[in-house]
Write a new protein. Structure first.
Length: 188
């Protein structure tokens, strides 16, 4: 199976940095009653922001000619801006081109949208409250805000972000999706 198989039948490709982002987009779409694949929208995890240039050139106007959209972390926005400009999509604000930026990252956005107590309930529901408590007791974590600790905790084990992506989205109250994620889905 090729890494591009998910986009073969798509008219629009949503480029996201990683698997957790892909799962979060899919979960929010399902909550909204949308079937992205049936709508001709594929969500493609690129394996990191530094791969955006290759994907934009292969899939965008100079490649397969697909409509592109995306989601990225604030620190990675320059990679996206450069890739879109080089591929002839355009420059200027990313939103103008259907790319939406998370303040820090999607996990930060989800934790803020949920609120720390609700996000901690998701951790407990997934059986990791004890692990989170142990993590928070580490010297490097003591004194840090709870949301910052939780965000860091989600990235401490391979696959943890992905295992939490849909669960955090499912826990969101109706209408409380993080702005970049909601705007992305409204765009596609």
């Amino acid at each position: 199976m090729s890494r591009l198989d998910p986009v073969l039948d798509a008219a629009t490709v949503v480029l996201v940095e990683g698997e957790s982002d892909r799962l979060a987009v899919a979960a929010l779409a399902r909550r909204a009653g949308r079937d992205l694949a049936a709508e001709g929208v594929a969500v493609l995890a690129m394996g990191g922001a530094t791969n955006v240039g290759r994907h934009v050139s292969e899939l965008g106007p100079g490649g397969q000619g697909l409509r592109l959209a995306g989601l990225c972390d604030a620190a990675e926005a320059p990679y996206f801006r450069r890739a879109l400009a080089r591929a002839g999509v355009g420059d200027g604000p990313l939103e103008r081109h259907g790319f939406f930026v998370c303040n820090a990252d999607l996990e930060d956005e989800l934790i803020r949208s949920l609120g720390l107590p609700a996000a901690e309930r998701v951790v407990a529901d997934l059986g990791e409250a004890g692990r989170l408590a142990t993590f928070r007791n580490q010297p490097a974590q003591r004194g840090r805000p709870g949301a910052a600790q939780l965000r860091r905790f989600l990235g401490t084990r391979s696959g943890r972000k992905a295992s939490y992506a849909a669960a955090l989205v499912e826990a969101l109250p109706d209408g409380a999706a993080p702005s970049p994620l909601a705007r992305l889905l409204a765009h596609v």
